[in-house]
Design a protein around this ligand. Structure first.
Ligand code: GDP
Ligand code: MN
Length: 378
């Protein structure tokens, strides 16, 4: 689960990280009032759960409350990467001299969290990571020992931070670690952590991703979930116990097993296609679940083909086939379906589907190629 910037920064503040004064608003009128309270220049920031808001025009500086109101009006009408903006954060504008990147995530190969920092922070950090990875300093954090003071100092030295900032930087790094650890996060990020014209450190942006599997022990954080901005299909999928993640491509994927689902997506890409989703219908999926999954996949108008890849073990091929037919009775569609079915009762399943004029395939490679071709309209 992703937290909004304003939620992340509230959490950061609890752990002693300096953040700008500001509040969130749902209307332009409120934004104006907040700007008046803050008395001066403010920054109007779209609250959507994607990165790159600045480049998309979703972060704007306002010199007066009137300007704050008109910018908020504009931003509240925007859609950023397909997500509607429903709230803006109105923060006191910072006078920025320098932008630093500071973040923590899990390093799976080391099996430890890793803190990363760069003196080249800001909106181009992905580019920095790609082109000059040596500009990113890393310190792995032992989960039982926590972030050690010397590690925070090493990072400060590594990013050429002036001596006078080390102490506060150490507090910020430690606060970020505490926020990350206590929330069971998989990402905690300040980008940018700025040095202001007044020579103060300030967390201007914040981002946190929480581990869904640990949310049961964080009822306070779970309440921050913003259903408004989650893709409707993902909310619907959760109701049926389906693991579903919406993506931008045009080939819908219906697969049983997370690993097989990943593999199917890889192979679609290998043959030049783009998956429209990740979907694991789970073991033992019955007709009802398959029907729900198909409805969810087809609710995405980008979908030009659906690839079924079902490896029957506990899941029975004939059940899956019947689920597909049930779903197709409800959801009238012309989207072509390519089906690869192997394992338990696969032959029976294939017979049911062949009678219904579906495209079948023996191997995953063949199925993926066929799906890519029909999606291209071949
Ligand atoms: P992101 O694009 O979604 O990462 O949003 P950010 O909150 O990081 O804002 C993008 C960029 O806008 C930052 O890197 C800053 O350069 C700029 N920005 C954000 N807040 C302020 C502010 O208070 N004052 C100034 N001058 N620039 C800001
Ligand atoms: Mn940012």
């Amino acid at each position: 689960m992703k937290l909004h910037e304003y939620q992340s920064k509230q959490l950061f503040a609890k752990f002693g990280i300096p953040i700008p004064r500001g509040r969130v608003a749902a209307t332009a009128h409120e934004a104006k009032q907040i700007a008046e309270e803050l008395g001066g220049r403010v920054v109007i920031k779209s609250q959507v759960l994607v990165g790159g808001r600045g480049k998309a025009g979703g972060i704007r500086l306002a010199k007066t409350p009137e300007e704050a109101e008109s910018l908020a009006t504009q931003i509240l009408m925007m859609e950023i990467k397909g997500l509607p903006v429903r709230k803006v954060l109105v923060d006191e504008a910072a006078n920025i001299n320098k932008e630093i990147y500071l973040g923590i995530t899990n390093d799976r190969s080391l099996r430890m969290p890793v803190m990363m920092a760069s003196s080249a922070g800001g909106v181009d950090i992905e580019e920095v990571a790609r082109v000059s990875p040596e500009k990113i300093i890393r310190e792995s954090i032992h989960p039982l020992l926590g972030l050690r003071d010397y590690q925070a100092r090493d990072i400060a030295v590594g990013i050429d931070l002036a001596r006078e900032h080390w102490k506060v930087f150490g507090q910020i790094a430690n606060g970020l670690w505490k926020a990350y650890q206590s929330a069971d996060a998989t990402l905690a990020e300040i980008n940018p952590l700025v040095i202001t014209a007044e020579n103060k450190l300030l967390a201007v942006d914040g981002k946190m991703v929480l581990d869904d599997n640990a949310l049961f022990r964080h009822s306070d954080l779970n309440e921050m979930r913003d259903l408004d901005v989650e893709a409707e299909s993902e909310i619907e999928a959760r109701k049926y116990g389906l693991s579903f993640i919406k993506l931008d491509g045009n080939i819908g994927c219906m697969v049983n097993g997370a690993g097989l689902a990943m593999t199917s997506m890889d192979i679609i890409k290998l043959f030049g296609g783009e998956p429209a989703n990740f979907l694991d219908i789970g073991g033992g999926a019955n007709a009802e679940k398959v029907a729900a999954a198909l409805r969810i996949i087809l609710s995405d108008r980008n979908v030009k083909a659906v690839l079924f890849n079902v490896f029957g073990g506990i899941t029975r091929g004939d059940e899956v086939a019947r689920g597909i037919l049930t779903a197709l009775k409800e959801v009238k569609t012309k989207v072509p379906m390519v089906i690869r079915l192997v394992g338990t009762n696969a032959e029976e399943g294939r017979r049911i589907l062949a009678d219904a004029h579906m495209i079948t395939a023996e191997t995953l490679a063949e199925a993926a190629q066929k799906a890519v071709n029909v999606a291209k309209g071949a």
